[in-house]
Ligand binder design. Structure first.
Ligand code: C2O
Ligand code: CU
Ligand code: CU
Length: 494
């Protein structure tokens, strides 16, 4: 059983405040404390075996299930190898993996490896459908540094529904040699998959799109790893949290309830060059961050989501959930703590990318659910890039509502935001980033290893309703002498 709690607050000037005890709209704290009554579920590590080719083989099975998110009827959900979410896949750099993905859902799905550098045919986008009752078995070699990645369905026009139903999981890539960071999974290295659910009075998932707000499904029930009102026991002086925003459209601006600082150690594509001391990290849908929080014996401290800086007007901010203050997860420190090793002063390699002579500079304008004026068409290749080249992409949000931007296959560097340098927390490798209304950002990436003129990768807004509306495009990576192929399916939207 789970307890109900009421933590959704609209606490900005002039707007109604929906929380008992909430008074000062400009204060970032509330006296009301969430009762964290449920032990945080830790997604199990997926079991694997080695096949005769030396590949690490995982098995995922997507199927319906049910969850008790709150008293009353159970909620019908979908999950991998269980009723909700999926196991954490974990593999090392340079390993070859193979994942058997079995679809026992009543409809077609796909499974995409978000943040993974993979051949396009293994990417799990809309061109790799898995019909019900069948198994898809992609395989690839992991050629990227340690990182917190994730997997989720990507069926054409239906991603929001599949993710909101519960299909998502973490994919942890490990370095060949581990650093002295907390890394005992589920003990001092905790997956924190944050989502918001919207339930009908009968407790079933409500996936109707509100007529206002333009953001799609925004829930008022916060869950972490599928757990409502969760706490986690901490037994060491430092705990690493792998934060994943796996929500359809909600942004989170994570910080600790007492405003203590923590170390940001990794972003989407892996470790930063050095830990960054900060007290907030904002994640739009799809983004990840790893933080290390220090705790004192016997204390309880809450991970909270503060108001997000969305760069939009206050009315839109409300409908986008940016004004909400949400309690996410309570850390409960034991009365005696094991000493954690000090954080290393240097973590990953400093990201380097020679951008002095880009092979191309392209512009992607986000407006009106389109990119460069076009809706997603599965039969149209929008961009062909050359393997082994570096490009600069300029991404502009011309709308008044939030959009973010995600590119498959690569990790990129953010070169600038509105002409200035990006904030320090955006200095590492990224695959998804927030583009405020009216902002122009420049990102740079290199297309390495894999070319396939006939099979595209996607780039899109990761607000899932926007993506499903067609705010997505396709690019192919071309080898020497190759030209973009033709795609069998022309699938115009709308
Ligand atoms: Cu996380 Cu194209 O998606
Ligand atoms: Cu992706
Ligand atoms: Cu969008």
């Amino acid at each position: 059983m789970v307890s109900r709690r009421s933590v959704l607050m609209y606490g900005f000037a002039g707007m109604p405040v929906i929380a008992a005890g909430w008074r000062a709209p400009d204060a970032c704290r509330t006296d009301e404390r969430t009762a964290f009554t449920n032990k945080l579920a830790i997604p199990p590590l997926a079991r694997s075996h080695h096949d005769r080719h030396g590949r690490r083989v995982f098995d995922l099975r997507a199927a319906p299930g049910s969850m008790r998110f709150r008293p009353g009827a159970p909620t019908e959900t979908w999950g991998f190898n269980g009723p909700y979410l999926g196991p954490t896949l974990r593999a090392r750099r340079d390993e070859t993996v193979l994942v058997n993905v079995r679809n026992d859902l009543p409809e077609e799905t796909t499974v995409h490896w978000h943040g993974m550098h993979v051949p396009a045919a293994m990417d799990g986008g809309p061109h790799q459908p898995i019909p019900p009752g069948t198994t898809w078995s992609p395989t690839w070699t992991i050629k990227q540094p340690a990182a917190t990645l994730w997997y989720h369905p990507h069926p054409h026009g239906r991603t929001a529904r599949h993710v909101h139903h519960g299909l998502a999981g973490m994919f942890i890539v490990d370095e060949i040699e581990a650093l002295a960071l907390p890394r005992h999974y589920g003990v001092d290295d905790i997956p924190v998959i944050v989502q918001d659910k919207r339930l009908n009075p009968d407790n079933q998932l409500n996936e109707e799109i509100p007529t206002i707000g333009g953001m799609g499904v925004l829930g008022d029930l916060i869950i972490v790893n599928g757990t409502v009102a969760p706490y986690v026991d901490v037994r060491s002086t430092r705990v690493r949290l792998r934060l994943l925003n796996a929500s359809n459209s909600r942004f989170y601006n994570f910080g600790m309830a007492d405003d203590r600082s923590f170390a940001l150690i990794a972003t989407d594509g892996g470790l930063l060059a050095a830990p960054l001391d900060t007290h907030r990290v904002q994640l739009s849908p799809g983004e990840r961050a790893e933080i290390v929080v220090a705790v004192r014996p016997g204390e309880r401290v809450t991970l909270r989501s503060y108001r997000s800086d969305l760069g939009i007007n206050i009315g839109d901010q409300r409908f986008a959930g940016g004004g909400d203050i949400l309690d996410i997860l309570e850390l409960r420190a034991a009365s005696e703590l094991f000493p954690s090793p000090p954080l290393p002063g240097t973590l990953g390699e400093r990201p380097v990318l020679d951008v002095s002579a880009p092979a191309a500079t392209r512009t992607f304008e986000l407006a009106d659910f389109k990119i460069n004026g076009l809706l997603m068409d599965m039969g149209r290749i929008d961009v062909g890039v050359r393997r082994g080249t570096t490009e600069i992409w300029e991404v502009a949000n011309l709308d008044t509502i939030p959009h973010n931007f995600h590119v498959h296959d690569v990790q990129f560097l953010i070169l600038s935001m509105d002409g200035g340098p990006p904030r320090p927390e955006l200095g590492g490798w990224k695959d998804t980033f927030y583009v405020k209304p009216g902002t122009r950002a420049r990102i740079a990436m290199r297309f390495a290893d894999y070319a396939d003129p006939d099979m595209p990768y996607m780039y899109h807004c990761h607000i899932l309703w926007h993506e499903d509306q067609g705010m997505m495009g396709q690019f192919v990576v071309l080898g020497p002498g190759q030209r973009p192929g033709t795609l069998p399916m022309s699938h115009a939207h709308g």
